[in-house]
Design a protein around this ligand. Structure first.
Ligand code: GAR
Length: 207
């Protein structure tokens, strides 16, 4: 059966667009059934609307705890009955209260290699390190999100991106985003094609 994907976003939505394009031209046998943003009026929401995908904005409320927010988020996402939840530039850490509702089904894309540069502005930090001479390459990874760790979890796919000291941040960022868009689609195709045999234990094994 066609897999149902819900995408969580916070901003531009370039990775969301890569998924929408891959679904649109048949590379990805799935359907994006909903998009949620924690920020209103972001470009990602326009991209979803243009593709005919329903959107919901779940904005954090003043004095709301993380768990309270995640419970509201969980209700919105759960209503779409997703097989896969993709964090595509969703800039919040999710609590176990959310993650336990979608076991082995939440994927994150991060613009760094496994174990490197967790958190925000990974591209900018990698670029600064290359300028200082302490980094020759970076990369991109897609991983499962089993717990509230930041940009960590069993890696589904990763790719190295070589760096040159002379490259501008804008050029490097553009190459990184291109790498992300390819890797995310590839990881999703593989994730859908090869269901996990062991749902609960690491290391992951594939059928
Ligand atoms: C992407 O580079 C994504 O990998 C990154 O945010 C950007 C969102 O861009 N995510 C993280 O840094 C997660 N820690 P997009 O809105 O154009 O997809």
């Amino acid at each position: 059966m066609t897999k149902r994907i819900v995408v969580l976003v916070s901003g531009n939505g370039g990775n969301l667009q890569a998924i929408l394009d891959a679904v649109g031209d048949g590379r990805l046998a799935a359907r994006v059934v909903g998009v949620v943003s924690n920020r209103p009026a972001v470009r990602a929401l326009q991209r979803a609307t243009t593709a005919g995908v329903p959107t919901v904005v779940v904005e954090p409320q003043p004095a709301e705890t993380r768990v309270q927010y995640d419970e509201r988020l969980c209700e919105v996402v759960g209503a779409w009955r997703p097989d896969i939840v993709v964090l595509a530039g969703f800039m919040r850490v999710l609590s176990p209260e959310f993650l336990d509702a979608f076991p082995q089904a939440v994927l994150n894309i991060h613009p760094a290699l496994p174990g490197e540069l967790p958190g925000t502005q990974a591209i900018e930090r990698a670029h600064a390190q290359a300028q200082e001479g302490s980094r020759t390459h970076s990369g991109v990874m897609v991983h499962l999100v089993p717990d509230a760790g930041v940009d960590s979890g069993p890696v589904l796919a990763s790719v190295q991106v070589a760096m040159q000291k002379s490259e501008t941040l804008a050029d490097f960022a553009a190459r990184m985003h291109e790498a992300e868009h390819h890797l995310l689609v590839r990881a999703l195709v593989e994730f859908i094609d090869r269901p996990l045999v062991e749902k609960t234990h690491q290391p992951l094994r594939f059928a």
